[in-house]
Design a protein around this ligand. Structure first.
Ligand SMILES: [Cu+2]
Length: 336
């Protein structure tokens, strides 16, 4: 009996220490959505249970190893135990109930994250190898940064152009696959103003690791101002070829890989590209004229820019019309 009491106290101590230790590591990033609450609640109960089970197994094991060690010179056999029906029933029923309780908690938490607000705002998401593109259907805005107003539910209607991707903002907690040929929904209510990243959570090819885009949560007023600004830009853009080109490169996710400010992303920057001499991986140099830009988009596996890998630029832009291409080139020309 004495052993049970001591081991019992040690189990409780060990469970508390394990839980506090796991909690202190900060296994989850800060929660930034209303949906995070029920997920973190479930997660917390699971970590507590895991800590207790860990202690329940490890403490009696180590305790027995130390306390019931064979004494020197003791050659007698251990006591023979035939089994214990009560114990066996207990260790079948107790875990069964625990698993059932967790199943219920899991279902509750899932239902909480899917709670529908009929006022939710809609954003269409297109994933492609290896960029995200966001469309605000009410305004016709297309961008590669997801702007969201705080404390308002948004429903993302997501679709992939090629393989399976997965939309994941760790601070929002919820994760959802994005499939070709089918629209999947992702509901979230951001609760914390700040900058986040959406990252693809489904291995989708060579540059999967770089498939990230900014997610910006702002106040209601800042959001309205951003929408106005984008709508004005869009109206102005519709007038000129380079304006149309800018809209096209945003909606096709080009800016996920090409910067316009000189910084190096997955692909070369477009700043100062037109009219420059491009060094290719085979050591030759070509002038970046209209023909070269056109060829680079239609046949990315042709000439490869030195310092970049082949296969990284996707081969999916053939649906662009000649006019689209001319507009894109007109836009690239403006980036001096
Ligand atoms: Cu992906």
């Amino acid at each position: 009996m004495r052993h049970f009491v001591i081991a019992g106290i040690l189990v409780i101590l060990m469970a508390i220490l394990t839980y506090l230790g796991l909690d202190a590591i900060g296994l989850l990033p800060i929660p930034a959505s209303a949906q995070a609450a029920s997920i973190d609640w479930l997660w917390n109960w699971e970590v507590m249970t895991i800590s207790f089970l860990f202690a329940l197994i490890v403490v009696p094991l180590v305790y027995s190893l130390v306390v019931f060690r064979r004494k020197k010179g003791d050659m007698t056999d251990a006591e023979h135990i035939e089994g214990n029906t009560k114990l066996e029933i207990a260790w079948t029923i107790v875990p069964l109930f625990m698993v059932m309780i967790f199943a219920y908690m899991g279902a509750y938490s899932l239902a909480e994250t899917r709670r529908v607000d009929p006022q939710a705002m809609v954003v269409n998401v297109v994933a492609s190898q290896w960029a995200w593109s966001f469309e605000y259907p009410e305004y016709g805005i297309v961008t590669n940064k997801l702007y969201l107003p705080v404390d308002k539910q948004v429903v993302l209607k997501m679709q992939s152009k090629d393989v399976i991707h997965s939309f994941w903002v760790p601070e929002f907690r919820v994760k959802q696959d994005v499939l070709p040929g089918r629209i999947t929904e992702y509901r979230i209510t951001p609760t914390l103003i700040g900058n986040y990243q959406v990252r693809c959570a489904e291995l989708c090819g060579t540059s999967h690791a770089y498939m990230e885009s900014p997610v910006v949560v702002v106040t209601e007023a800042e959001y309205a101002a951003w929408v106005d600004e984008q709508v004005a830009l869009l109206a102005a853009a519709g007038q000129t070829p380079e304006g149309k080109g800018e809209v096209l490169v945003k909606s096709n996710g080009c800016l996920g890989c090409h910067s316009i400010d000189g910084s190096k992303l997955i692909g070369p920057t477009w700043l100062g590209l037109f009219g420059s001499e491009v060094e290719l991986s085979d050591g030759t140099t070509v002038p970046a004229d209209e023909a070269y830009l056109r060829e680079s988009v239609l046949n990315p596996q042709g000439a490869i820019v030195a310092g970049f890998e082949n296969q990284l630029m996707p081969n999916v832009y053939t649906p662009l019309t000649e006019e689209d291409l001319a507009n894109i080139i007109a836009y690239i020309k403006t980036l001096k």
